[in-house]
Design a protein around this ligand. Structure first.
Ligand code: NCD
Ligand code: ZN
Length: 380
């Protein structure tokens, strides 16, 4: 057995579901799943119920998180059609702003260009008032605007980011046309970064026949040519992030062949990302440094996260096993990768010098993780 040490991973795109959907996941089960996946920092999305769209809701979510998390968590604020940019007074206590302009789960999709335009303008004004952006070295500044923008909405967001000089992060890129446009925008000096999920790297629309609704998420699984384009353009991909989006098997359809109507899109991913990436390293498709850059260094830079001292993950890189629905820490207890052979198992995780995860068991006390950017301390 060969054990290697990696820095604690950052997963910059997770849905921990609290408040409102605790039957799918909560801050304890979701951060336990993070540790099991070698992840010691998660950035939590705002499409909870109610959405994290106002100062009060960010502070309340931070309070809930502070009592339960076993790894560190940053919280996104989100824009809605009705609350618009009500989050602005706490913008600096969020890891970033999330804007949905494409089809998604929840009620956060922005419907009009005039509102989208305003959201970019006011984020830029708020950043200017606080001295800039964290990714530009202003520790007290703002995070980027992160968008769910597919197909034609992608150039719209690129243009607004350019007009207002707001750093733009593109969530879960899935298509050839999108990664090639981001590549060209980067070459022309746009301040844009992007992420790709493991399911868009390791699954395609051809897997849908076998997965049924368990393979349904937004963006949808794409064609094999789209998947090939993501691999060809890995140099353009700044982050690997899971888009961990748990829904129960009852919601997704226990019967794969005839699922219920209107199944919610989204799949869990926190516990399977690192084994999948390490398997790709073993197969020669990635270097270990590619993984560390995209799961540690780059997310820390893009979102302005401080280093976690004395924090590391011990991985048995020779462990060969099948991913399975059993034994997961996510409350929903399933993975779209069930049955897939992988190589590389998280053995132990240390956070700030303490062993927080060992051989399948979470050792940390609920609430021992930190809520980042002062969101748990009202009025900072
Ligand atoms: C996400 C969810 O369930 O919250 N679903 C998904 O398919 N990715 C929402 C989202 O990230 O768009
Ligand atoms: Zn998401």
């Amino acid at each position: 057995m060969a054990t290697i040490r990696l820095p604690g991973l950052v997963d910059a795109h997770v849905h921990l579901r609290e408040p409102g959907y605790e039957y799918k996941e909560d801050f304890l089960s979701g951060t336990a799943a993070a540790l099991a996946g070698g992840v010691t920092t998660v950035l939590d999305m705002p499409n909870t119920n109610p959405p994290t769209a106002t100062p009060d809701r960010l502070i309340e979510k931070a309070r809930l998180a502070a009592a339960k998390v076993v790894c560190d968590v940053g919280l996104f604020v989100g824009a809605t059609n009705t609350e618009e940019d009500a989050y602005l007074p706490v913008a600096h206590q969020a890891c970033a702003l999330k804007i949905y302009v494409s089809d998604t789960f929840g009620s956060l999709r922005i419907d009009t260009l005039s509102l989208l335009h305003r959201l970019f303008r006011t984020w830029a004004e708020q950043a200017a008032a606080r001295g800039g952006y964290r990714s530009q070295g202003r520790a007290d500044g703002l995070g980027p605007i992160t968008v769910h923008a597919e197909e034609l909405m992608l150039p719209v967001c690129l243009a607004l980011s350019r007009i207002y000089e707001v750093p733009l992060h593109i969530a879960h890129v899935s298509r050839r046309s999108e990664i090639e446009l981001i590549r060209d925008a980067k070459m022309r000096g746009f301040t844009v970064t992007c992420e790709v999920t493991p399911h868009h790297l390791f699954l395609s629309a051809e897997d849908l026949a076998q997965l049924g609704a368990r393979g349904d998420m937004r963006p949808r699984l794409a064609s094999p040519d789209d998947v090939a384009a993501l691999w060809e353009n890995l140099a353009v991909v700044d982050l690997f992030a899971t888009d961990h989006a748990p829904h129960t098997l009852a919601e997704k359809g226990i019967d794969v062949v005839t699922p219920p109507q209107n199944t919610p899109p989204g799949v869990p991913g926190l516990e399977t990302m690192l084994p999948l990436l390490l398997t790709a390293v073993h197969g020669g498709r990635l270097e270990l440094e590619d993984v560390v850059a995209r799961c540690v260094t780059n997310p820390r830079h893009i979102y302005g996260l401080a280093d976690q001292l004395d924090t590391w993950v011990e991985v048995d890189v020779d462990a060969v096993y099948e991913l399975a629905n059993g034994g997961l820490h996510t409350r929903v207890g399933w993975t779209p990768f069930a049955g897939r052979a992988v190589r590389g198992r998280v053995e132990r995780v240390y956070l700030r010098g303490a062993c927080v995860y060992e051989q399948g068991q979470v050792m940390a006390q609920p609430g021992s993780g930190q809520v980042l950017f002062g969101a748990a301390a009202p009025g900072t």
